[in-house]
Ligand binder design. Sequence first.
Ligand SMILES: [Cu+2]
Length: 110
Amino acid sequence: MKRLTLAALCAIATLQAAPSQAQQATEIRLTYSNGQFQPSQVSAPADKPLSFRVKNLDSKAMEFESTSLRVEKVVAAGTEGVINVRALKPGRYEFYDDFNDKARGALTVQ
Ligand SMILES: [Cu+2]
């Protein structure tokens, strides 16, 4: 998502970050290279906060985004982004690179 919703989403992400860090978060490590997430399918336990660590190995920026997780974060080329997510109910949550239609993945929470 871009433009008007960006500020709102960023505010949500910031608010969620503080309580997540107090509890023990499940860490999910992803790399992004050649325009793809690796791995693209990940899983995590329900009812625990999560932290995605996304390492962008490509030479241009990507934006880790998920509508269902209500997060988005630009990760500059050659850097790592940390995205904190609230504790989740069981389900499937898709994520993608908002700058690249072909980069998609999913988180399964169970
Ligand atoms: Cu976006």
